[in-house]
Design a protein. Sequence first.
Lengths: 156, 82
Amino acid sequence: MRVLTLLGGGLLLGCAGLATDDTASSGSGGTTDIFDDGGDDDTEAQEDEGKLDDDGDGLTADEEEALGTDPDEADSDGDGVGDGEEVEQSTDPLDESDLPYAGGWAKGACRNDVKAEGWGEGDVSRNFTMVNQFDEDVSLHDFCDRTLYLVFAAFW
Amino acid sequence: MVLEIITEVDDGSAPDTEDLEGWADEFGLTMPVLADPGSTILYSYAEGMSSIGLPFTVVVDRGVVIDSIASGSQMSVASDLL
């Protein structure tokens, strides 16, 4: 008998719960979203906005914020190369003098972290900058992420 | 990756951009072709060597670590690393 009483109580509580939900969903003009997943709509909208790429430079608004670049300007430093391409080429999208090489040789992300030692075998080479066939300055340390074969020659 | 570095042209002067461009075009080079006026960088790598011959080559491993320096080709060394 006691078991039946408990079951009956449970059913009553369940019905009470339904009645409460029903009242809530219809009692204030029917505007309550009965399918609400509990998330904050404003937060979700901001998260979605962070994934947008309004200026079409290949970087999302969140990435642009982290880099300090302008999310509404595809080329933040105005050097003629888009922000996304600069990131891909490991150049600074906020420095108009830091450009990818015309020859398409990618700069290594490690280039500013090289600790030069000397000019001998076993040393981390000192850096040098030379002009190339496109009249650009090329620095050795820009190619820190690959093996290099330097060939010194002359036109004779 | 190969860096072609020109120290001087046939009259003994330093190469200018036009020389470098002409050299790259003539041989269809897509690699960097660079000028080392006065052979300054060549002499830096060659310091302590009794003689210097051209081509003079330097193999540089990842992290810009100098692997080997020599007068003459080092293609066998370079090809192992490249």
